[in-house]
Design a protein around this ligand. Structure first.
Ligand code: NAP
Length: 269
């Protein structure tokens, strides 16, 4: 029997939908569980992208097995395909359980600290690093080869699905998630006769990686993995590459990626 975990945010609408969903699920064969230790097959988030990002970080240890389903009660809901009035169709999909899923690339962030200890994170959207108020200075390597010295407010390295988040606001391209690639964008780079960096977004494939080495005064940069602030690290080097893990979404029905982009950012239909 398939196991399902429901993950709502605290918004009253989300909690009401959770209650309605629990009742509708009585009609199909599945077990509702409350803990990741129960190894759920489906995690149903109810909220917006923020809720889905939280669930992703909380349940990272079962990514190989679990399929996510997002019900939209948030503001934007780029990751959340299901609307509250589509619960019957969703429950039917869970009952039919055809096992089909769509998977999205993730970013592996490995940080080596000056004491040589390493910490590693998975990001669904991006890693961003900034120093404030001073200029961030760091050397950037592509595939271990020196590329440039960046000076500016900060850097963002995004996954394809994260390309519609912070990356888009920084002028990055929107990348179709079938492409196995990561993208680096700059935040307010210093460009003049003395200092120069590329100033364009860079997209690299699976067999390449970025290494960012902050100069001494930029080693305590503000690091964000998606919505999570990583504190207390003195960074020597950050290694960024596509992760081996992927995030799986149940695909009882298919939402075309560009339809999702159009709905989220243009909204003509
Ligand atoms: P937040 O203020 O809770 O979220 C910012 C907005 O970004 C929300 O409307 C959220 O949708 C939306 N969002 C999240 N992931 C997205 C994606 N992959 N594509 C399109 N929109 C997306 O911010 P937070 O909790 O600190 O950070 C969460 C994420 O928001 C970050 O990973 C970053 O990508 C994005 N963000 C963007 C900016 C910017 O564009 N300047 C600034 C901060 C954060 P919901 O309303 O559905 O939750």
């Amino acid at each position: 029997m398939k196991k399902l975990l429901i993950y709502p945010n605290n918004n009253p609408q989300s909690l009401a939908i959770e209650a309605e969903l629990r009742e509708k699920l009585l009609a199909v064969t599945c077990q509702i569980v409350d803990s990741p230790f129960d190894r759920p097959d489906y995690i149903v988030t109810i909220g917006g992208d923020g809720t889905l990002l939280s669930a992703f970080h909380e349940f990272q240890d079962c990514l190989d097995k679990v399929q996510f389903i997002g019900i939209h009660t948030g503001h934007l809901g780029f990751y959340t395909d299901w609307l509250p009035d589509e619960l019957d169709e969703l429950v039917k999909g869970i009952g039919n359980n055809d096992g089909k899923s769509t998977s999205y690339p993730l970013l592996r962030v490995t940080i080596r600290q000056t004491n040589q200890e390493e910490v590693s994170y998975l990001a669904l959207n991006e890693l961003s690093l900034r120093t404030f108020p001073s200029t961030m200075v760091c050397d950037i390597y592509v595939k271990d080869q020196f590329f440039e010295t960046f000076r500016g407010d900060g850097l963002c390295v995004a996954t394809p699905t994260g390309s519609t988040g912070l990356n888009k606001s920084l002028g990055g391209a929107i990348i179709h998630p079938r492409l196995d690639a990561i993208q680096m964008t700059e935040m307010a780079s210093l460009n003049n006769r003395v200092f120069r960096s590329l100033s364009s977004p860079m997209v690299i494939p699976r067999d390449e990686w970025f290494t960012v080495r902050p100069e001494v005064n930029s080693r305590e940069a503000l690091l964000m993995v998606d919505h999570l602030k990583i504190e207390g690290l003195i960074v020597e080097e950050i290694h960024l590459e596509l992760a081996e893990e992927r995030l799986h979404f149940a695909s009882f029905r298919h939402t075309h990626f560009w339809d999702r982009v159009e709905e989220s950012f243009i909204g003509n239909k």
